[in-house]
Design a protein around this ligand. Structure first.
Ligand SMILES: C[S@@+](CC[C@H](N)C(=O)[O-])C[C@H]1O[C@@H](n2cnc3c(N)ncnc32)[C@H](O)[C@@H]1O
Length: 342
């Protein structure tokens, strides 16, 4: 079995780990977690995990592990070595180092890059690799945590621009309270939606979640009580030339369509977004009860709520199970809680 290292975004770490596990499950990658460290997950699998991981917003890169070792007094000690995919003979490479946390070894990143580069050159001697620092065919990256390093071939890295081009402020329709795009993508990923399936956001606002689900190849359906938001969602979907969607005016407590594979949503709970006169706790409970009517069995529902709300007590009154609960500090009056229910 090959070993892989997923390097997770530092700022959104808790969501990043869960997003990784969710996409591996969604894409049927049979994996086993071997080790979890700060911002890194090492897992092994016989399946190819690239497509699954490339869905992620909060995984920075994916390495096929080649070596694990330690740095002791400026000396590099190799401990474990692993097989990786065949490299093309005569191609070019460079070696890069990413440090996580405080610097705890004396060796500079430049020296380490040079020494690990030599190691890669020797290890793949028969492939006759050449160094090219500007545009290499292969990048070998070492993740350095304290004095341990994890070296691997980078087989995928995130393209942040993919998300930044559709940030809320860049959409034709924008309302304060819309969630940043990468966060919305992570929540849609937590719902384990797959290509060709039907995704639902019952409080769709300007359609941020619908955009992400549609980019993942799902048919994205949204409802909102507010006709202005419904028109806005449609404008945004058109702006990004989406065709696999439908947005309807409707109340999340009374949904007529009865068949969805996955749900991710951000109900109203802050000053920026109206509950249309309903108490947040009552609206949340009613929406969860209604969702039992349309969410397919053994599938997932993801929603956000302020951490101040007694979310566990509300969920207990439904027959959902909490799979994941993550709190993220947003600003001094809001810690957002993300719940994944099954
Ligand atoms: C926080 S916003 C959603 C923002 C959205 N995720 C985005 O990125 O643009 C919540 C939305 O829920 C809508 N809403 C409030 N009560 C509702 C209800 N009972 N049924 C459906 N939509 C409702 C509001 O009109 C608002 O547009």
């Amino acid at each position: 079995m090959k070993k892989y290292l997923a390097y997770i975004c530092g700022h959104f770490q808790p969501i990043g780990y869960e997003e990784l596990y969710a996409v591996l499950e969604a894409e049927n990658v049979k994996y086993k977690v071997v080790e979890v460290n700060s911002q890194t997950v090492i897992f092994e699998t016989d399946d190819n995990p690239i497509y699954a991981v490339s869905r992620c917003a909060f995984v920075h890169s994916l390495l096929e592990l080649t070596d694990v070792g330690e740095i002791d007094d400026n000396k590099i000690l190799f401990q474990n070595s692993y097989e990786i995919s065949e490299l093309k003979t005569g191609s070019t490479f460079c070696s890069r180092v990413t440090r996580i946390g405080k610097k705890e070894v004396k060796i500079t990143s430049m020296d380490l890059e040079r020494d690990l580069g030599n190691h890669v050159y020797n290890k793949f001697e028969e492939n006759k690799l050449e160094v090219n620092l500007k545009s290499p065919d292969y990048t070998f990256r070492a993740i350095l945590i304290k004095n341990r390093f994890f070296l691997g071939l980078e087989i995928w890295s995130v393209n942040r621009k993919k998300y930044s081009i559709r940030e809320p402020g860049k959409r034709d329709f924008f309302r304060p309270g819309a969630m940043r795009t990468d966060y919305a993508r992570a929540l849609v990923n937590l719902s384990r939606i797959r290509r060709g399936e039907i995704f639902f956001d019952p409080f769709c606002g300007g359609g941020g979640f619908l955009l992400e689900a549609s980019y993942l190849g799902a048919y994205a359906i949204g409802t909102d009580l507010d006709s202005y938001a419904v028109k806005g969602s449609v404008r945004n979907m058109k702006q990004f030339k989406r065709s696999n969607y439908e947005v309807l005016q409707g109340d999340s407590r009374n949904i007529s369509i009865k068949f969805f594979h996955a749900v991710a949503t951000d109900p109203p709970y802050s000053l920026q977004s109206s509950t249309h006169g309903e108490k947040v706790s009552k609206l949340t409970y009613d929406f969860l009860i209604e969702s039992k009517e349309y969410l397919m069995k053994n599938r997932y529902l993801v929603y956000c709520t302020p951490s101040s709300l007694e979310s566990e007590a509300i969920v207990e009154k439904t027959d959902y199970q909490i799979v994941t609960l993550i709190d993220t500090f947003i600003h001094k009056s809001l810690t957002r809680r993300v719940l994944v229910l099954k």
